[in-house]
Design a protein around this ligand. Structure first.
Ligand SMILES: Nc1ncnc2c1ncn2[C@@H]1O[C@H](COP(=O)(O)OP(=O)(O)O)[C@@H](O)[C@H]1O
Ligand SMILES: [Mg+2]
Length: 303
């Protein structure tokens, strides 16, 4: 099982779009996929469930909020497995190659979880001294280590647009980080900052975890995926690569495949419960971008 966080501290850069489409395409190609929505905005959840379905079927007892909320500083939590759902429309739409798409839904209440977790550790500055530092940071990693999750080939985590506690639990649980970014100069600058924050977290965590290599983490940046590309000319990707090189971080891997902008295709995302890659109204170009991205993802991860 490979755990991948889809992460950028910026909102509106295509994290949820990438997570939903990659997940759906992987499942359609026969992979057993678990998506986890950690963003309180719950856009990933609403890409698969209508608001009233969520309200009636998920909100009462089947969201990641219930799991985080059950975190007790001295005892163990509710099993994460209890929060897993199988969105019906997308699963009915998948090919018969044995794949499936499960989801752990989100809830707006997750914003309060952030505050509680951070406060429980004594605020952001001094938390490394807190005896619960590892336990809290590892909570998602430990939950996903449960045998019940062995049945998945891949777990994709849609992170909130920040680097707070919930995001940190996702990073600690991850083998890889996938970074969607808008294809423009300012966004390439943001990648430097994101990378620095990631390095800081990994060093801090490993410092607390101690010298045992079994206990340390090493989530690697799988790559930056450029989204919402407006193809004004063919040189855009070259230009973006130039920006990245000039910010002195040639070591950040980039996906060859980007996602072009298409307001028509992506505007009604979620309404049908089927991501664009498998939706009937998708244009050939958009479908090409999305499936190429999946193929590149498979090549990079071996999933
Ligand atoms: N390639 C694209 N072309 C046009 N609109 C897009 C594209 N990708 C995403 N969008 C739209 O942009 C908005 C933000 O995307 P989203 O995936 O929700 O970003 P994030 O999860 O980073 O906040 C959404 O309304 C989405 O439908
Ligand atoms: Mg989102």
């Amino acid at each position: 099982m490979n755990v991948i966080s889809v992460l950028n501290y910026k909102g509106g850069v295509g994290k949820t779009t990438v997570t939903a489409n990659l997940g759906a395409d992987l499942a359609n190609r026969g992979r057993r996929v678990l998506l986890i929505d950690l963003d309180p905005q719950a856009s990933l959840t609403f890409s698969f469930y209508a608001a009233d379905e969520w309200d009636a079927q998920l909100r009462p007892a089947k969201t990641v909020l219930h799991w985080y909320d059950s975190f007790n500083w001295s005892q163990s939590q509710k099993p994460l497995r209890d929060m897993v759902t199988a969105p019906p429309r997308i699963n009915a739409r998948l090919s018969d190659r044995g794949g499936r798409l499960d989801l752990i839904a989100s809830d707006l209440g997750l914003v309060d979880v952030e505050l509680d977790l951070a406060a429980g550790l004594g605020g952001s500055r001094y938390q490394t001294f807190n005896p619960d530092y590892l336990k809290v940071h590892r909570m998602l990693a430990d939950a996903l280590a449960d045998d019940e999750f062995d049945e998945y080939d891949v777990v994709l985590i849609d992170c909130p647009p920040n680097f707070n506690m919930v995001t940190r639990t996702a990073v600690v649980a991850s083998d890889h980080i996938l970074v969607p970014a808008k294809a423009d100069y300012l966004s390439t600058l943001g990648i430097t900052y994101l990378r620095r924050r990631l390095t800081q977290l990994v060093e801090q965590y490993n410092g607390v975890a101690g010298p045992d290599p079994e206990a340390s983490i090493n989530p690697e940046i799988l790559g930056v995926v450029f989204t919402m590309i407006q193809y004004a000319g063919s040189g855009l990707m070259t230009k973006l690569r130039g920006y990245i090189e000039r910010t002195g971080q040639t070591e950040v891997p980039l996906f060859q495949q980007g996602l072009r902008e298409s307001k028509n295709v992506f505007a009604d995302t979620g309404e049908l419960g089927i991501p664009a890659v498998l939706a009937a109204h998708t244009t050939e170009n958009v479908e090409y971008d999305l499936t190429q991205l999946t193929s590149e993802f498979i090549a990079k991860t071996g999933i």
